[in-house]
Design a protein. Structure first.
Lengths: 333, 162
């Protein structure tokens, strides 16, 4: 109880920051977030149940202050909130998501904190069922939010940019977890007129591959992503290889090839049709998984939509297929 | 394997960057940013550009990107208005008339000398009359030094009252 109160007070203080910041003038900040709730029929093959899910609903604060004509200090603090049962499994009212502070200037951007790795963010918006049951994290590795990371991103040159992130293991007793670059993530990306290309890699980064029956462990990831608009349709694709990293627990082996394709079609009357397919195969264990999702979004307003979806997941490591059928509401603020 | 990949990635981007750096420096020190919803932008590797370039509330008139984005939107509004009037058989041009957008917030500024701050007021009020022709509410004001003089900033919102 004490912990909850303390956290709530801390968050409330942070949320009050932009208000007081406005009062002094040139400092800038704002609150943002989204509520995404869905009613889902969850069928694991053996049994089924009805669920209300919160789907990573969140609230965040972000802002900047201009230090000189070319230098800004920036911050972002984002928390997941649980709109279904009010708390995370461990009792926390809020769960930390991406939280960073840093500087941006002509040299690029440097920030540090806890954040999604560049490899995770390389997926951009090609996961059309992100945070739902069809999230690609259920089939492939590399969807990592890392603690103790320091990132440098180059300025954007006509759509080109690159990021290098190091992740400190903070374990002085392990030579693979105490150095400056024992774990790192890098990304090179290009974007123009809706066309997006990215190549990213994680080296010895704590991640996981749920579909291979592997818990969180250190992996190396190579990821290639592309997205292109074709009229009202947006097509996305991703290929990835994940292997066990230097710090993986002895005996843990992984050689997972994954690929993903998605298509989004904006049709009339603010409707959007969505479909995606994701597959992974581990050459070491022989396990494989494939996931197929369909969905329809109906835009109700600039920041609000209704959605419905169907997802089916087939894992060789599981006895039965899993299926989810859901309807939900999303509002961004 | 990944050391080679890292080096390749950085070399590739650096080479591309060096080819493009000259034109980029000549055009703008910051990237062209699409101001999508903050919650979406937060899940992008270039989320910092959204923090720097996109203001959820106020249109900063003296910031070129913010001003151009607003003027483009306002121009489209005027065009729509014109087209509807043409369909009705009337041909009244509203393109050059100031458009009052209730609830829209702007930030403007004017330079002044510390001995004569009133000199900034005329300029500020003229600007407010342009962006909110049906009236405004002054939200806040602040000053900032620029070499020997100061900028007086006004943040104001177009009134909802006709």
């Amino acid at each position: 109880m004490m912990r909850k109160t303390t956290l709530a007070t801390a968050v409330a203080s942070m949320l009050a920051l932009p208000v007081s910041a406005y009062a002094v003038g040139p400092i800038d900040g704002s609150i943002y977030g989204k509520v995404n709730i869905s009613v889902v029929n969850d069928d694991n093959g053996a049994d089924e149940q009805m669920e209300l899910n919160s789907n990573a609903s969140r609230i965040g604060v972000k802002g900047k202050a201009k230090l000189t004509e070319t230098l800004y200090v920036i911050y972002k603090a984002e928390y997941e909130s649980f709109w279904d049962d009010g708390e995370k499994g461990n009792g926390d009212t809020f769960s930390q998501r991406n939280i960073i502070g840093g500087l941006k200037g002509d040299f690029g951007t440097i920030w540090a904190g806890k954040h999604d790795t560049p490899t995770k963010l390389a997926q951009k918006k090609i996961d059309l069922f992100n945070d739902l049951e069809g999230d690609i994290k259920n089939v492939m590795a590399g969807e990592t939010r890392a603690s103790n990371i320091v990132n440098y991103t180059t300025p954007s040159f006509s759509g080109f940019s690159a990021s290098v992130t190091t992740i400190f293991g903070e374990d002085r007793n392990d030579n693979d977890k105490d150095g400056a670059f024992d774990s790192y993530s890098v990304l090179a990306q290009f974007e123009t007129d809706g066309v997006y290309l990215a190549v990213a890699s994680d080296e010895n980064v704590m991640s996981g591959s749920a579909s291979q029956g592997m818990g969180k462990d250190y992996v190396n990831v190579l990821r290639v992503v592309g997205q292109i608009p074709v009229g009202p349709v947006t097509l996305g694709a991703m290929w990835q290889n994940a292997e066990d990293g230097d710090s993986a627990v002895t005996g843990v082996k992984l050689d997972e090839d994954s690929w993903h394709m998605s298509a989004k079609w904006k049709v009339a009357n603010d409707y959007t049709l969505k479909a995606q397919y994701t597959e992974s195969d581990d050459d070491v264990s022989g396990n494989d998984a494939d996931m197929l999702s369909f969905g329809i979004d109906k835009k109700l307003g600039k920041k609000t939509k209704l959605f419905t979806f169907y997802t089916t997941l087939d894992q060789s490591a599981a006895m039965d297929d899993s299926d989810w059928l859901g309807v939900g509401l999303e509002h961004k603020f | 394997m990944n050391y080679l990949l890292v080096i390749s990635l950085l070399c590739g981007v650096s080479y591309s960057s060096s080819l493009l750096a000259v034109s980029a420096e000549q055009s703008s020190p910051v990237a062209q940013v699409g101001c999508e919803e903050s919650v979406d932008a937060a899940d992008d590797m270039n989320f910092v550009d959204n923090i720097i370039e996109c203001h959820d509330k106020a249109i900063v008139i003296y910031d070129q990107a913010s001003r151009e984005k607003f003027l483009k939107t306002r121009f489209l509004s005027s065009q729509t208005s014109n087209n509807q009037q043409h369909d009705d058989g009337k041909s009244i041009s509203t393109h050059n008339k100031p458009v009052h957008l209730p609830g829209t917030t702007f930030i403007i500024r004017a330079a002044y000398e510390i001995e004569a701050p009133h000199l900034a007021l005329a300029s500020l009020h003229q600007q407010m009359a342009v962006y909110c022709p049906k009236g405004w509410a002054l939200d806040r004001q602040w000053s900032r030094p620029i070499s020997m003089d100061y900028y007086l900033h006004y943040e104001f919102t177009c009134t909802d009252i006709d």
